[in-house]
Write a protein that binds this ligand. Sequence first.
Ligand code: PEP
Ligand code: MN
Length: 332
Amino acid sequence: MIIHLKASVDRSQAEQLAETLKAIHFEQEGKFVLVTSSSVKSLPEMVKAYTDAFWVSDSDIQLASKHYRDEVRTVQLGDVQIGGKTNNTIVISGPCSVESEAQITTSADFMHGLGIKALRGGCYKPRTSPYSFQGLGLEGLQLLSKMRDQHGFTIVSEVRDATHVDDVIEHADVVQIGAKSMYDHGILKACAKTRKPILLKRGFGTTLQEFVQAAEFILSGGNPNVMLCERGIRTFETKTRFTLDLCGVAWLKANTNLPIILDPSHALGYRYGIADLSKACVAMGVDGLLIEVHPDPSVAKSDAAQQLHHDEFTKLLGELRPVAQAVGRSIV
Ligand code: PEP
Ligand code: MN
């Protein structure tokens, strides 16, 4: 159950009520919100006098549910807003990893030239092998900050584990939680304390319920700025790297109030079909796309097979605009 307390309830009263009800509490627009387990189905007597409004939930998808808030939440990404009444579909692109100053400068200059507002690059890479490139760490984050200073980008970078989550929160404008990290409570709790937007990726073996419940950890910690990212799940199919779950996206759109970003790059894993898949994603009317692009994919230190060449990305961007327009949206 979600309980909006009256404006007259102060912090210590909210804390006391939360303790008695075994509820989580957080502040939202100057008022306190309590969230109990969804098994609570009627408003407890002792909180009635302090309550403005309450919502009974049928599962622990509560703050993220359409039942609580019908409209998709707005999230501010630099000077671009997504969700809410906007019809924006933001393109977040850049290389899989920040590899060197020369590489990220070339990428940033290219993206800026195309009018891309959100530059992505990983600095802490959650690799499958310990022998592969693990990312430049803090040095990479500093290079991304330099690109922001030069071009005004919104910087998106991923966190791999809780040891460096504060560094990513400090240097990036959007914190990406990777598919392999989305269950890490140290990360989720740190991301709940900031107000920076969080791009939460779905684990490739994660149900929709578990995925949105991970988002609930961030929302119930007081950070309302969460975006859900579908990036492909593991199925029996081996010809493609993962399977982009567009059925799941339809479910998320119908049942949650969080903006949705689609990542065709990691789903397919190969560059040949990224353009087709991106168009399908835009046609679904989602809030953003995440596409990996590298100045020379043949030498990329991670995800080489899926990153688009610059000319492929330029062509794709041109093709996405009319698709977006056809479904009443704008590519930003
Ligand atoms: C990435 O975005 O480069 C990445 C590693 O993604 P995922 O966590 O979805 O595998
Ligand atoms: Mn990648």
